[in-house]
Design a protein around this ligand. Structure first.
Ligand code: NDP
Length: 329
């Protein structure tokens, strides 16, 4: 079998994660990386990986089976994914949950018109967490859903702190409240406020002479980001931030608790949990498994947009259906 030829559009944290995942899957081969920056300034790990300008996207349709989009959800993917779906089978990790239906419609129209398959919004949330929610809800109609994130770095909250005057650099961790997690895992179906579910830990590098009390006040009272949470602020040096907080860990738990029995007397707890040393490397690994499914759906003559809900588990696996039946059931 020839390997699935993969291209990557956008080479940031996630692009590097996709490259590493291709190297870990012998049935995939990374052919090239497209970037909007000067290609001479972008250096993939693999020496044989070509780097092309994103302006040349249309020139390599014969070289690539699936293009994995690794741009940002805020402004890159809403434009890039529909445009790329006109040229390639595509996979993206679009994670602005509220806008997924709109994104799906735009990508679906482009993919159908061009006869391609597009898989959108895969990763861990949306992605693997979404699958867990659907399975748990289908199995246990009488119950409640809970999602806890962390302990992990929130890029958006770290950026929000960096925009405060006097802040040089920052890292923000989202942390689940242990007592809330335990209450949910006990099957008690508690009603929890935002503040009761997560805390936020901020590590901040302040400029020389900056008013640290004012910075702390600006952080803990910031609407939408911190005001609804118990937030701690720790000032550190740039060296300490670089030494102790350089990684991009994340994870969390999706839990559904519910009951069965004539009087609801039996309680069940379903939990899917992730502890990720590297958010982009894990997300890239999910994208490559979905690229395999995308190539298979395209080979079967399918067209249009899909989410993780539309992909049968066997399509994601490098193992044959025969081996899966013999070893995984
Ligand atoms: P980055 O900011 O690292 O990269 C985004 C884009 O920025 C790159 O594709 C790159 O495009 C561009 N870029 C510009 N300048 C640079 C530079 N100097 N170095 C690196 N890249 C640069 O974002 P991430 O890769 O961390 O995340 C991408 C998206 O992945 C997020 O927006 C998020 O939506 C999504 N995601 C989804 C998850 C899920 O579970 N579904 C989980 C984690 C992330 P170019 O090469 O064209 O310049």
């Amino acid at each position: 079998m020839n390997p699935i030829r993969i291209g990557i559009l956008g080479y940031g944290n996630l692009g590097r994660g996709v490259e590493l995942a291709c190297a870990a899957n012998p049935d995939t081969q990374l052919v090239g990386v497209f970037t909007r920056r000067d290609p001479a300034t972008v250096h993939p790990y693999g020496e044989n990986v070509a780097v092309w300008s994103a302006d040349e996207l249309a020139a390599h349709t014969g070289d690539i089976d699936v293009l994995v989009l690794a741009g940002g959800s805020a402004t890159d993917l809403p434009e890039q994914t529909p445009a790329a779906a006109a040229l390639y089978n595509v996979v993206d990790s679009f994670d602005t949950h509220a806008n997924i239906p709109e994104h799906f419609a735009a990508v679906d129209a482009a993919a159908r018109e061009a006869g391609h398959v597009a898989v959108i919004s895969v990763g861990w949330d949306p992605g693997m967490f979404s699958v867990s929610r659907v399975y748990a809800g289908a199995i246990m109609p009488n119950g409640a859903d809970y999602t806890f994130w962390g302990r992990g770095v929130s890029q958006g909250h770290s950026d929000a702190i960096r925009r405060i005057p006097g802040v040089v650099d920052a890292r923000q961790y989202t942390v689940p409240v242990p007592a809330a997690l335990e209450a949910v895992r006990s099957g008690a179906n508690p009603d929890l406020t935002t503040r009761q579910k997560h805390t936020r830990e901020c590590f901040v590098v302040a400029a020389d002479g900056a008013d640290t009390a004012a910075i702390e006040e600006a952080i803990v009272t910031m609407p939408n980001y911190f005001a609804d949470y118990d937030t701690t602020v720790t000032f550190v040096s740039q060296e300490e931030l670089d030494r102790d907080h350089a990684g991009i860990p994340h994870g969390g738990s999706v839990i559904r608790t519910g009951t069965t029995g004539a009087a609801g007397e039996n309680t069940h707890v379903i939990e899917y949990s992730l502890k990720l040393d590297s958010n982009p490397e894990f997300t890239g690994s999910v994208l490559v498994a979905c690229a395999r499914a995308c190539a298979r759906m395209a080979a079967a003559g399918e067209t249009g947009c899909r989410t993780i809900f539309d992909i049968a588990p066997a399509l994601l696996s490098p193992l044959t259906p025969e081996v899966l039946r013999a070893t995984m059931l």
